[in-house]
Design a protein around this ligand. Structure first.
Ligand SMILES: [Ca+2]
Length: 143
């Protein structure tokens, strides 16, 4: 869908630093689906699945992570790791249930030890079954 793709590109390159979750460079175990807020989100996320976003620029050092998430279950955690699935853990964002798989809320966590450009690995952890969906995320404080 051309219009959606254009909007996503504008969001990434414009003044907002939002990164569309579905713009991953690679992933394991997840799927994309239409999002009630527009565009797409990633979903069908289970414990141990991950998504990779190449060449994210943290500038002088990001201090905060925000993710737009939804969960019709009890949620889980987003581990933010640099350059590999077992790379440095710079933050862990807890996601609680939001009451529905398309009921969106913004969750945050602090970030430390991330500066310059890295491939970002979002590793998803939690219990059994589907954990949560993600529409977009962003890092702030380092630009
Ligand atoms: Ca999205």
């Amino acid at each position: 869908m051309k219009l959606g793709e254009s909007a996503a590109l504008l969001r990434i390159s414009g003044s907002s630093s939002q990164i569309e979750a579905e713009s991953f460079s690679s992933q394991s175990g997840i799927q994309t689906e239409n999002c009630s807020e527009g565009g797409q989100n990633i979903g069908y996320i289970e414990n141990g699945d991950y998504a990779v976003y190449n060449n994210i620029d943290f500038g002088a050092g990001a201090t905060s992570f925000q993710a737009r998430v939804a969960s019709g279950a009890s949620g889980g955690n987003i581990e933010i790791r640099l350059d590999s699935l077992t790379g440095p853990l710079v933050g862990t964002c807890p996601v609680t249930g939001t009451g529905g798989w398309q009921t969106w809320a913004t969750r945050t966590c602090s970030i430390s030890g991330a500066s310059g450009k890295h491939n970002v690995y979002l590793k998803f952890t939690g219990g059994s079954g589907y954990l949560f969906n993600i529409n977009w995320f962003q890092f702030t404080g380092g630009r």
